[in-house]
Design a protein around this ligand. Sequence first.
Ligand code: GUN
Ligand code: ZN
Length: 450
Amino acid sequence: MSPDEMTHNDSRVLRAELLSFDADPGEADTPAEGSVCHLADGALWIENGRIRAVEDYATLAPQLPEGIDIIDHRGKLIVPGFIDSHVHYVQLEIMASYGRQLLDWLGDYTFPEECRFAAQEHAELLSEAFLNEMLRVGTTTAQVFCSSHPVSVDAFFSASHRRGLRMLAGKVLMDRHAPDALCDDTLGGIRDSERLIADWHGKGRLGFSLTPRFAPTSSRAQLDATGGLMRNDPSLWLQTHLAENTGEIDWVAELFPDSRDYLAVYEQSGLVGPRSTFAHGIHLDQAMRGRLAERGANLAFCPSSNLFLGSGLFDRLAAREMDLNISYASDVGGGTDLSGLATLKAAYQVGQLKGQPLTAWQGFFGLTLGNARALSLDGHIGRLAPGMEADLVVLDPAATPLLARRTARSRSLAETLFALMMLGDDRSVAETWAGGRLQHRRDNQSPMAG
Ligand code: GUN
Ligand code: ZN
């Protein structure tokens, strides 16, 4: 069956090993009691785009209607669809641009690239290409930066809506320190956002995220007006960048001399709330982490980007110590990989350099329920449980000869998950389902040779 042949109101069962989290597993090698839901031979019954039942196969089988389609994925591992809390779809084609740190990278590569999204045709083409890549790596939901052109947002939401995906996205707001072709008229950018909110926020599975790029490219007037939109409608999300790079931080101090620190720039405009995601937050002190935590905001940890742009090593445990929510993100085009598995690999490597290696339990929790909670989407996605939307990934622990060799020697699920984190990529994703629809199937099945 091809993805096109499947409609969302079909009823079917996927039989496989199932893994989902009901709570944060904690930092220990053994997950906290009651945090993991694992069925070695499980059955996931999906119907009308949602999960109808999750049980041991032997328990569910006698209750199933006669003739129901049962897809046999034994040998594979199904987990909830991965979530990416911070990514720029308009930067897909400038991934892997050499030799710059943040501010020069923005000026030399990023801003020129984003100018191309004034053209509807280009925005439509790249929206489709980006979604194809996301689904190929098992990511079913993301919080996405478009460009400052409204047409880039229309294109992205249209493409996501057609596929029935749960996506958050927003129009970049910038009214200074960027090429004219990208700069808003201060209030014009706000009016554009209002129009996009009216057209897209709450339509199907879509949500609008207010998107002031970062403090240096918005005037105080634009930040204040963004805060006004947030106050008027608490169902909106907000995404921006914070304390990623030391040069950036010095510039913010110059531009906002009346703010006591970088975070205060956003606080003063009312931008810090439970639906706010601040990408990076590498260079913060404990007091700033505490201020973010008090408001229920989250920091998007973007490890492959932080390494690629040389921004610094995120202190995950310092954030956890303050009960600050952390989400996991690719930050492409700063990031080097869209794959959530690759994000976890980089997070583990950053963690090793900080003396705080990431367990596989914490990593897989982070990509699924952890990110869903951080984005206030856990009422819809992030778990394999009855009533949740049927967004899931079918992982193949034997996807490549090397992975097959490594996982054949696993003595525990934790070892297999860790091998997937270190060795996995798009080849490890056998299928991706979203809204109950098969959205991606890897072309060639497991090359188990040798
Ligand atoms: N800070 C402001 N804009 C950007 C961006 O596009 N990428 C990253 N990594 N940081 C930013
Ligand atoms: Zn970013």
